[in-house]
Ligand binder design. Sequence first.
Ligand SMILES: Nc1ncnc2c1ncn2[C@@H]1O[C@H](COP(=O)(O)OP(=O)(O)O)[C@@H](O)[C@H]1O
Ligand SMILES: [Mg+2]
Length: 280
Amino acid sequence: MNPDVTILYDTIRWEEKALLEAGKKKNINIQMVDCKKLALNLEKKPDEYGAVIQRCVSYYRNLHSTAALEGLGVKVINCLNTGVFAGNKLFTHMLLKKYNVPTPDATVAFSKDAALEALQTEGFPKVIKPTVGSWGRLISKLNDKDAAEGIIESRESMYPIYQIHYLEEFVKRPPRDIRAIMVGDKIVAAIYRISKHWKTNMALGGTAEQCEVTSEMEEMCIKAKNAVQGDIVGVDLMESDEKGLVVHEVNNTTEYKNTVRVCDVDIPSLMLDYALKVDK
Ligand SMILES: Nc1ncnc2c1ncn2[C@@H]1O[C@H](COP(=O)(O)OP(=O)(O)O)[C@@H](O)[C@H]1O
Ligand SMILES: [Mg+2]
């Protein structure tokens, strides 16, 4: 029997197991495919996959397997454009601006000297982020010129993507941010991620509490999701003292373990329903 839905993964986390369990409960035929074992003949339409839920952790594996499958006519959630747009903080920033979604002010500089000059003109503190990355990795707060020089200089010897210096205003806000999980045009659940550290990622020790969804938040998240052409995404927002809600990231392969735990919403089941609906 052909699968209804394929979960494409490279690491099995709680999220992937939960999708498989939800499928069993709902009598949906789920196929688990380890992308590390996959070779796709690009000249031949592949055997049945059903809708593919893309769950690869590796940025490159995720993007390229989506490109191949989508190119061969398979419905992949999220699509290639979303992987490209949401997978890159600069690309996302430009699209959020285009679609009038409030987002922190940012500057991009293409060399160490240009970055230091921009910082000197614009002032500190600033946040420097790799345009591609997650879990707060290599994101630094630049408090002054000395810190900026050291951090930016160390990036000069890294892979070229780290020499694209993406600088954001440091947003003054409560010691938390918001992760809203969107399935289609709905926030199915949202959490505050609270932390003593300025980076509130759960991966860095943040704690989760349920966040009441407001209509303002939902409208903003729908616009953010559509800006990157997403289907199922995790939108990260901050409550800026100056600007109110701002979106700082859209995650195209979002984690949702803590959101399920805290909000008691069956996100995997809603994801499967959505995948079946859009693949018709
Ligand atoms: N401009 C900013 N001002 C203040 N805090 C920020 C800013 N950008 C990010 N953060 C904090 O750092 C965390 C990680 O940033 P984010 O852009 O979501 O990158 P990642 O993809 O690594 O999760 C956010 O969840 C938030 O707590
Ligand atoms: Mg984030």
